[in-house]
Design a protein around this ligand. Structure first.
Ligand SMILES: NC(=O)c1ccc[n+]([C@@H]2O[C@H](COP(=O)([O-])OP(=O)(O)OC[C@H]3O[C@@H](n4cnc5c(N)ncnc54)[C@H](OP(=O)(O)O)[C@@H]3O)[C@@H](O)[C@H]2O)c1
Length: 223
């Protein structure tokens, strides 16, 4: 596909995903609140939709990719830290994200403790006073995507809370599946495999430096 057409296609697709996500949030809100559509309630619905439509029309013309390492039982972390140490997977992470925007939740940033070198680090927090040298601080996921829009592919690097929210907007997932279960407190959201096509798969056996077998999978959202 020609690059211009691909860009337009990405914008439309991401906006549609966001709209569907907004509608699902709305229906969740309605279900949880034993809603009756009185006049006052209609105003609430309209305000909600307007807020989400504004986001829907935000200029999201980039490819959004998640990169994550997931245990067999979907665990991704414990006590605000990673659980396993797999240098071969870290090499894949570095090679894939270098030169790009890396978007992360405040907790993931703090578990790492410093900006990732040779990448533009974007931290999402609700704390308006939060500051970190050499990082871009934003207060919503939409703003994170807006600041990264000059990139051809922006990477969402965690953690659980951010993956959950960004999944409906995601075009590609680089998923390292570790063939072992771990105890943890943070999980990657369940993927609906009807939405994704596997485009690449690389298997790695354990060795002296990498204790667990793992597979690096790449999924693209079905068109
Ligand atoms: N296995 C992997 O590939 C992988 C990758 C990354 C992280 N992890 C693990 O995941 C865990 C951390 O994940 P987590 O879910 O606890 O935290 P997180 O997603 O890294 O960060 C959550 C924080 O992000 C901010 N935030 C989230 N949504 C927001 C929104 N819509 N608007 C504004 N701010 C928002 C809030 O910060 P404030 O509280 O400051 O407002 C929130 O407390 C750690 O154990 C880490 O090691 C694993």
């Amino acid at each position: 596909m020609n690059e211009g057409i691909q860009k337009v296609y990405n914008i439309v697709k991401i906006r549609i995903n966001y709209f569907v996500y907004s509608l699902s949030l709305l229906s969740e809100t309605l279900c949880n609140s034993s809603f009756k559509l009185y006049h006052k309630d209609l105003k609430v619905v309209t305000k909600f939709l307007r807020g989400h439509l504004d986001k829907f029309f935000t200029n999201f013309n980039i490819m959004i990719s998640i990169i994550v390492a997931v245990a067999e039982n979907n665990v991704i972390g414990k006590d605000n830290d990673l659980i396993w140490h797999l240098p071969r997977d870290l090499k894949h992470f570095k090679e894939t994200t270098t030169g790009h925007y890396v978007i992360q939740g405040r907790k993931t940033y703090e578990s790492c403790g410093k900006p990732l070198p040779n990448r533009t680090n974007v931290i999402i927090t609700r704390d308006k006073n939060y500051k970190v040298e050499n990082c871009i601080i934003v207060h919503s996921l939409e703003d994170a995507i807006k600041v990264a829009k000059e990139d051809s592919e922006a990477f969402i690097i965690g953690g659980g809370k951010i993956y959950e929210q960004v999944l409906p907007l995601t075009d590609r997932i680089y998923l390292t599946k570790i063939h072992h279960s771990f105890e943890g407190d943070t999980y990657f959201p369940e993927l609906n495999m009807d939405d994704w096509t596997e485009i690449d798969q690389r298997k790695f056996e354990p060795d002296e430096k990498n204790k667990y077998p793992f597979t690096i999978l790449t999924y693209d959202r079905k068109k």
